[in-house]
Design a protein around this ligand. Structure first.
Ligand code: SF4
Length: 245
């Protein structure tokens, strides 16, 4: 309860100091907690989401479902030539970004760019679209947490990077805190979290389909991301790079 009240206080304070502010939502479990807490503080706070054509079909379906259920009016940013049918059919506000650089990179490396050069793939499909999403903002709110993995242990609740403030209101939440919050607030989980695999493995951190694998419960949550690449358990770049000068 203290953590939730603290997160609300942080968001309230951030809104008062940064008039142009929005919440980033990947539609993973941490995002859903952050969005729900932020909307309890300000029912109109804007929500944006960076999607890629590699995200699971279930993520698009869940986005549509939760957008309606939670009245999010989410604004999607994605590199694509056309709006995915599920988004257009459901009137999801979508900004398409040019595919020229991504197609050129894909042609240069191979079709499996996410295996050969996942940093470049993430830069083109996630980091650059996030820069577009935040370019007119003073601050953005993310669902980043310290206990997700070793490389997230040193983050602070408020980050000043370039010309943008980042607020991490659920930084101290554990995985259990997040799951408890969702349960206690009747918020549906993305269906991938509910899948069960041999050896008690499950999805604990969701990203694009080729870069997300089920893992056991005794390793850090992000160990299932970018497996078999040099980026294993790493970062896509939106939390490590300067998004606005
Ligand atoms: S998570 Fe994988 S598929 Fe998605 S942008 Fe990054 S490297 Fe590409």
């Amino acid at each position: 309860m203290d953590k939730i009240e603290h997160a609300k206080d942080m968001i309230r304070d951030a809104i008062s100091k940064n008039p142009k502010i929005a919440v980033a939502c990947s539609f993973g479990k941490d995002s859903m907690v952050t969005v729900d807490i932020a909307r309890k503080v300000d029912p109109n706070i804007p929500i944006f989401s960076v999607m890629t054509l590699y995200k699971p079909k279930s993520t698009f379906e869940y986005l549509v479902q939760m957008n309606e259920k939670m009245d999010l009016d989410v604004h999607v940013f994605m590199v694509a030539d056309e709006i995915p049918e599920i988004l257009s059919k459901n009137k999801i506000k979508t900004t398409l970004l040019s595919t020229v650089k991504f197609n050129a990179a894909k042609a240069r490396y191979s079709k499996r760019i996410y295996k050969v050069d996942p940093d470049l793939c993430c830069k083109l499909l996630k980091v650059d679209p996030t820069k577009e999403a935040v370019k007119d903002l003073d601050a953005w709110i993310s669902g980043l947490r310290n206990t997700e993995g070793i490389i997230r242990e040193d983050y602070h609740e408020i980050e000043h990077k370039g010309g943008l403030v980042k607020i991490n209101p659920i930084l101290s939440f554990t995985e259990k805190d997040v799951l408890d919050y969702l349960k206690n607030n009747d918020i549906l989980l993305h269906p991938w979290y509910l899948q069960e695999f041999p050896d008690n493995r499950k999805y604990r951190s969701l990203g694009c389909e080729p870069c997300t694998k089920p893992i056991s419960t005794d390793v850090p949550e992000r160990m299932g991301r970018w497996q078999s690449t040099n980026k294993c358990a790493g970062e896509c770049g939106i939390h490590t790079q300067i998004l606005k000068n």
